[in-house]
Design a protein around this ligand. Structure first.
Ligand code: ADP
Ligand code: MG
Length: 309
């Protein structure tokens, strides 16, 4: 059974229970509409030796990253993160200086974006360190960007370079934990202001964050929207091998689709606001497949993103 097979099974097991107005499983966050506003909720686990090696990252960086990956999911809904709950399962030998330094990293990113810590849980661990963060975001209901909103003819864009994090992980496995790429992997920057800004743009239709590589993540948008896509490989922004950008994961940049009539003005005002570029990588098509192209020529690629199982 795959990770997504299990999630589908969980979703159908609970499908007959009341939703209490929540839009639940399937997007980067669950959405609770409250009049003209909405709250969004997301939860992520970081498990020692699955998501991180304690020997290759500092406690501060780990605290920062644990929050960053959750703020990324909130940003991808088009709203602002406002609060988190933090649960820690800590081996005895890490109580004290290690966990204090972890909290300094978590606090640094919380304070950067003015995000409150409102609760959580703390337990012992007989195994490794386990971290669970639940993040809550808030914004106008009309700004929420769902994976299911892509339309045929939309342009597919990303808001930064991809693959560096995966290439950084290769450096870390090779024993080089202090390379520039390794630090991209260890300290991802969630696209908080960018996500909220894109949330306010009506021409932006579907959006998600890139956590498993676009080969996998774009498929989630396509499946949720019932559409396909044609992607130009040479247009994918990367400074490393293309396979890292396609399949690597942990980029935590934003992947979104835009009404073709709004693309040029969006790119220009994004550039003026953030001093960086948006990249057009493809177009939404009918059918439910990804067509990979190189210089407009169709390529046969059998690629998937990161898989847990
Ligand atoms: P992301 O990478 O954006 O964090 P995931 O791929 O982890 O999203 O999850 C996909 C969807 O499945 C999300 O809506 C998430 O909340 C939901 N999900 C994942 N695991 C579970 C679970 N064990 N129980 C219920 N929902 C889950
Ligand atoms: Mg996500």
């Amino acid at each position: 059974m795959t990770e997504f097979g299990l999630i589908d099974q969980i979703k159908s097991l609970f499908s007959a229970l009341p939703t209490h107005s929540f839009e639940g499983i399937g997007d980067d966050c669950a959405v609770l509409p409250l009049g003209d506003e909405a709250l969004v909720f997301t939860s992520d686990l970081l498990v020692e030796d699955v998501h991180f090696l304690r020997s290759s990252t500092s406690a501060f960086d780990l605290g920062y990253k644990s929050l960053a990956v959750n703020l990324s999911d909130v940003a991808s809904m088009g709203v602002r993160p406002v609060a988190t709950l933090l649960s820690l399962s800590v081996p005895k030998e890490l109580m004290g200086e290690y966990v204090e330094e972890f909290m300094r990293g978590y606090h640094a990113l919380s304070s950067k974006y003015g995000v409150a810590l409102i609760g959580g849980d703390t337990t012992a661990s007989k195994g490794g360190l386990v971290i669970n963060v639940t993040a809550i975001g808030r914004g106008a209901l009309s700004n929420i960007k769902r994976r299911s909103a892509a339309k045929v003819g939309d342009v597919v864009l990303v808001n930064g370079s991809l693959g560096e994090s995966a290439a950084g992980l290769v450096d870390i496995f090779a024993g080089d934990c202090s390379s520039t790429l390794a630090s991209v992997h260890k300290l991802p920057e969630p696209q908080v202001a960018q996500g909220e800004w894109l949330g306010r743009c009506d021409h932006v239709h579907a959006m998600m964050d890139i956590s498993d590589g676009i080969a996998s993540d774009l498929r989630h948008i396509l499946a949720a929207s019932g559409v396909g896509a044609s992607v130009e490989l040479s247009a994918i922004p990367t400074t490393v091998e293309l396979r890292h950008a396609l399949c690597g994961g942990e980029d935590y940049k934003l992947l979104f689709t835009v009404d073709p009539r709004g693309v040029d003005s969006l790119k220009e005002s994004y550039n003026q606001t953030f001093g960086s570029s948006l990249f057009e990588i493809g177009v939404i098509t009918e059918g439910q497949k990804i067509e990979w192209c190189q210089g407009g020529e169709r390529q046969e690629l059998d690629i998937m993103g990161f898989r847990h199982y």
